[in-house]
Write a protein that binds this ligand. Structure first.
Ligand code: ASP
Length: 615
């Protein structure tokens, strides 16, 4: 083989006259049958033009060159010369070409199902994933892989400089409920025994703190068998870390430093100091714990004004749980969003859809009012609001041309419905910048002071808002320890030492200070409905470890895939993973998951209950 002396992105005018060898893929060809063949040869580093001249080359070489097609893999030897047909300013190698003297075909391709051409229309994703090796050859995908590599490197550099140790944690793990459904792996050696794939290395990293590791980092794979969603992958990567002897502030400071470094090195952007918002504030103003603050459309609680209106469903909602404390999820409230300029942009057809949309989040519906040129209300419930029009106008700062959207319901339902609606309205109004738009805006936010627990809607049980290992905020610990597990109002009011990092409405990281007292941990398990025996069965190793000298500790995990998405400007998570799965968890290239043979199942002591559907 003519082993390469240079890559296809390397040669310049200063190399003219040199004899070189290049290896790569045929990206394009011109001039077949004319006695002069031009080939653009491609590798990861770029494109170089090759010239085969029939006047100088033996007939058999010319014959082979004449039959080269896109994606054939070749090796050539030749001389670098100044381009005879004029330079191509778009290519770094655009001033030169190679006058080929020797050609070797390394692999003749079958007819490719598509070409790795960024300029051509993309084939459907199924085809791209089935032949991922062709798709990944596209320069755009090569750039994404390089960006991902760079991000991993900057991450390791930053944490290394700050004294973190990279430690691998097991993939074959113990089944420990942390929130999502797990992937199970049967054991051959222990009949009836099962491993689970880790949803995250949460407990291992905590145990590393107990083990004296002090500062841990890992770029780790996590597995969650969740229902398919466009922006999720069952298998994804986290930048996972943990620190000992820290309070929340120190973890947050370290994270801010990391984000600054990333954006500087990846995008040349200096991020201003990151702001903070409490969970309550986020829910009150944006109806969501990961607010997109790139646009306004804030939510206002207008319960007091609504109680003086003639709108019957406002009053019904307000009557619900009226005696409950201010943020209690079951208290009735009326909330509104002012949409400046909505009267024109949000057509009747669009706002009719909002009613249905609000219902899909459990609300009774969404009332719509438009403000006309005289400042009067029009449509829907307008006439029932007449008596409070002045107050509403003042409270919401209404001006002609606005649309106002109202939802009335229990606090939790109303907040959720309007939080979702706000994002939809923003899209309809065209005020959301595209993903990873050049130069931002990059609106980072620490969200803090989450409740420790919330009620699961289906089961009515308490669930941990972050995960069961999150500590109460320092000033809440005593109240938590003393609270009766039946004291719903107190339990709901306990604030955790958790924090999320939100970027333009996406949660890019989540973490907390952890419980390091086994008694507090046992109480959390009890509250989550685990009997002492179940807690011991599932978590004895953790409770035991916590009882043998556990330092206070805390950490966080970033979704690495999502971080990369921001730098390469895609909203498709599959674009930033070399071998992603489809939404149903299939790998189209290898055809996984696939059937196991009876023999394989017998070996791992498993019998399948699945029967193929009748055809
Ligand atoms: N293990 C958590 C998660 O995967 C992150 C953390 O609390 O550090 O969400």
């Amino acid at each position: 083989m003519l082993v390469r002396t240079h890559t296809c992105g390397q040669l310049r005018e200063s190399d003219v006259g040199a004899t070189v060898r290049l290896n790569g893929w045929v990206n394009s060809y011109r001039g077949h049958g004319t006695g002069l063949v031009f080939i653009d040869l491609r590798d990861r580093y770029g494109l170089t033009q090759l010239v085969f001249d029939g006047e100088d080359l033996p007939g058999d070489v010319m014959e082979t060159a004449d039959h080269l097609r896109n994606e054939d893999v070749v090796a050539v030897e030749g001389t670098v010369r100044v381009r005879t047909g004029g330079e191509n300013p778009k290519l770094p190698t655009g001033k030169i070409e190679i006058e080929v003297s020797r050609l070797e075909v390394l692999n003749k391709t079958a007819n490719p199902p598509f070409l790795p051409d960024d300029l051509a229309k993309l084939p459907n994703e199924e085809l791209r994933l089935t032949h991922r090796y062709i798709d990944l050859r596209r320069p755009k995908m090569q750039k994404i892989m390089q960006a991902r590599h760079r991000l991993a490197k900057v991450t390791r550099d930053y944490f290394h400089e700050n004294g973190f140790l990279e430690v691998d944690t097991p993939i074959l793990y113990k089944s420990t409920p942390e929130g999502a459904r797990e992937f199970l792996v049967p054991s051959r050696n222990v009949p009836g025994g099962w491993y689970a794939l880790p949803q995250s290395p949460q407990l291992f990293k905590q145990i590393l703190m107990i083990a004296g590791c002090d500062r841990y980092i890992q770029l780790c794979r996590c597995f969650r068998d969740e229902d398919p969603r466009a922006d999720r992958q069952a298998e994804f990567t986290q930048v996972d870390l943990e620190m000992s002897f820290v309070r929340r502030e120190q973890v947050m400071e370290m994270m801010e430093g990391y984000i600054r470094r990333l954006w500087r090195e990846m995008a040349g952007i200096d991020i201003p100091a990151m702001s903070r918002m409490t969970y309550r504030d986020a829910m009150e103003r944006f109806g969501i714990d990961r607010p997109d603050t790139r646009y306004g459309l804030e939510i206002a609680d207008i319960s007091e004004i609504a109680s003086r209106s003639e709108v019957a469903f406002f009053k019904d909602a307000l009557a619900r749980g009226a005696e409950r404390p201010r943020f209690n999820s079951k208290r009735g409230v009326v909330k509104a969003i002012r949409v400046p300029g909505g009267a024109e942009k949000l057509t009747r057809k669009i706002t009719d859809g909002y009613n249905e949309f609000a219902r899909s989040f459990g609300a009774g519906g969404c009332a719509v009012v438009k403000v006309n040129a005289q400042g009067q209300f029009e449509t829907g419930v307008a006439k029932f609001l007449e008596g409070v029009r002045g107050d509403l106008t003042a409270a919401l700062g209404l001006t002609p041309g606005d649309t106002v959207l109202f939802v009335a319901d229990e606090y939790a339902v109303c907040t959720k419905a309007l939080g979702e609606l706000r994002q939809k309205v923003a899209r309809d109004m065209g005020v959301v910048p595209p993903p990873g738009a050049e130069g931002g805006p990059w609106n980072f936010l620490f969200v803090v002071d989450f409740p420790m627990f919330e009620r699961n809607k289906e089961t009515g049980r308490w669930v941990a808002m972050h995960h069961p290992f999150t500590a109460p905020r320092d000033d809440q610990a005593q109240t938590f320890v003393e609270a009766s597990v039946d004291d719903e109002v107190t339990i709901e009011s306990i604030v955790s030492a958790g924090y999320d990092i939100v970027l333009n409405g996406q949660e890019i990281a989540g973490g907390s200070i952890r419980i390091h007292d086994p008694k507090v941990q046992s109480k959390v398990f009890q509250l989550l409905g685990l009997t002492p025996q179940q807690a011991r069965e599932k978590f004895s190793f953790l409770l035991e470890a916590l009882s043998f000298g556990a330092p206070p500790h805390g950490g966080i995990a970033f979704g690495l895939d999502r971080l990369v998405m921001n730098f390469v400007g895609t909203d498709n998570i599959r674009d930033v993973i070399a071998f992603p799965k489809t939404q149903t968890g299939a790998d189209l290239m290898t055809r996984a998951p696939s059937a196991a043979t009876d023999e394989q199942l017998r070996e791992v002591h498993v019998r399948s209950t699945w029967t193929p559907p009748a055809t």
